[in-house]
Ligand binder design. Structure first.
Ligand code: GUN
Ligand code: ZN
Length: 442
């Protein structure tokens, strides 16, 4: 059964490439009185309102003027089982994991708990304008089932996987090399490619996997080149020192993952802060992707991500929240903190580059720019509606904003979930209804 056409009217912005600045008009498309025509979950036409409206005279029109219509935001590193860990006081990485994170993740042994938390997790993503995320689930297969079931219910493009961890964690939170492999493989068969789901093979990090488990993870990567790989790299100095003790034969931290065959263009490496020159060369060779997590890096006092340094070596990176060490679900607030991390290193982030990063840039890192991250015809209709006057402070500042770049910077520095007027997933408005309600309404 084919649906009716739906037409969204508003100011349309998307990206063709990473802009140098506002004058680089070949890098982006901005339409002042624009429209997006959607049907069956896809974008069917984009352009000036008068042209698009003439093509579909029977379309149901939602007028979002004067708001901005952009591709839904993409969060490339987040921990679904840490929704109740966010804002836990006082530690850096290893203590934070032991004191707060591991105890909380043990609760995901219960499928009922997993399902309840998945509902909250997706409500939070959508209310913050995030339509795709790449998540670590817990060690328990039930957490992955809940994660992908809830995503399917909302028709969301989601990437995730079962954390593999077999040491340096509570017994209730460890698998074994064999069970980690078997359970991951069963979950790949069950979920990868089902609807909009993609599986990520997920050894948590070098500290929590034995060499035997790393070897099994490498076997999975070789057997499933269609899957993503995600882990953590060089976030914190104590973590790096402990990794060197556990893998004395490795030349450096990245060398551990390299030696087990975990580095591919579909590998996402959370943090990647304190890198040696050899590690940077290996990133460039393998095209594994560093992921910048600014709110988390500041919250845990981990360090400053060298965006310009990596870009100068042609290493493409992604940006992400890293909930629950991250402190906001908002990709706008993530850009706010990211801007400041770069300021501390005298690096500049132009607002057009910032919005490219959380849409097309992240989609390109995932190899999914033909489906998400832009408003191109034929792609999935995942769209965010942004109100740059959502709060009194934003409204007052906007009275003096003259350019698109200024407006985007106001959104980036002052915006959060209040600036998200609506979030569309595969053409359906999702911000104000929980996924379950939306499904019941068809
Ligand atoms: N390294 C290993 N696990 C984690 C995690 O859950 N959060 C962060 N920030 N770093 C990690
Ligand atoms: Zn993480």
């Amino acid at each position: 059964p084919t649906e009716k056409y739906t037409l969204l009217r508003g100011r349309v912005l998307d990206f063709h490439s990473r802009p140098e600045g506002e004058a680089d008009t070949a890098a982006y498309r901005y339409i002042e009185d624009g429209a997006i025509l959607m049907k069956d979950g896809k974008i069917k036409a984009v352009g000036a309102y008068c042209d698009v409206a003439a093509k579909a005279t029977d379309a149901a029109v939602t007028d979002h003027r004067p708001n901005l219509l952009m591709a839904g935001f993409i969060d490339t590193h987040v921990h679904f089982p840490q929704v109740q860990v966010i804002a836990s006081w006082g530690s850096q990485l290893l203590d934070w994991l032991n004191n707060y994170t591991f105890p909380e993740e043990t609760r995901f042994e219960s499928p009922v708990h997993c399902e309840a938390m998945a509902g909250h997790f997706y409500d939070l993503l959508l209310s913050h304008g995030t339509t795709t995320a790449v998540s670590f689930c817990s060690v328990h297969t039930a957490s992955v089932d809940a994660y992908f079931s809830e995503a399917a219910r909302r028709n969301m493009c989601m990437i995730g996987g079962k954390v593999m961890m077999d040491r340096n964690a509570p017994d209730a939170l460890t698998d074994t090399p064999v069970s980690g492999y078997d359970n991951s493989k069963a979950l790949i068969d069950k979920w990868h490619g089902k609807g909009r789901a993609h599986y990520a093979i997920t050894p948590r990090f070098a500290i929590t996997s034995t060499p035997e488990q790393m070897e099994m993870a490498g076997a999975l990567v070789a057997e499933h080149p269609e899957c993503f790989v995600q882990t953590h790299l060089s976030e914190n100095h104590d973590e790096i020192a402990f990794t060197a003790e556990l893998y004395p034969q490795a030349p450096d931290y990245l060398g551990v993952y390299e030696s087990y065959g975990l580095l591919t263009p579909k590998t996402l490496l959370g943090h990647s802060i304190h890198l040696q020159p050899r590690e940077i060369e290996v990133l460039a060779e393998t095209q594994a992707k560093p992921v910048f997590c600014p709110t988390s890096n500041l919250f845990l006092g981990s360090g400053l991500f060298d965006d310009a340094g990596l870009r100068s070596k042609n290493i493409q990176n992604a940006i992400a929240t890293d909930i629950g060490a991250g402190t906001s679900y908002s990709m706008l607030q993530t850009l706010n903190e990211g801007y400041k991390v770069l300021q501390l290193q005298n690096q500049k982030l132009h607002p057009l580059q910032a919005f490219h990063w959380i849409t097309r840039g992240n989609a390109e890192v995932l190899g999914l720019a033909d489906r998400i991250g832009t408003l191109e015809v034929g792609t999935d209709a995942d769209i965010v509606v942004l109100n740059s006057r959502a709060t009194p402070a934003m409204d007052l500042r906007m009275q003096c904003a003259e350019t698109l770049s200024e407006e985007l910077f106001v959104l980036q520095m002052l915006g959060d979930d209040r600036a998200i007027a609506e979030t569309y997933v595969a053409g359906k408005a999702m911000k104000h209804t929980s996924g379950k309600t939306a499904l019941a309404e068809g």
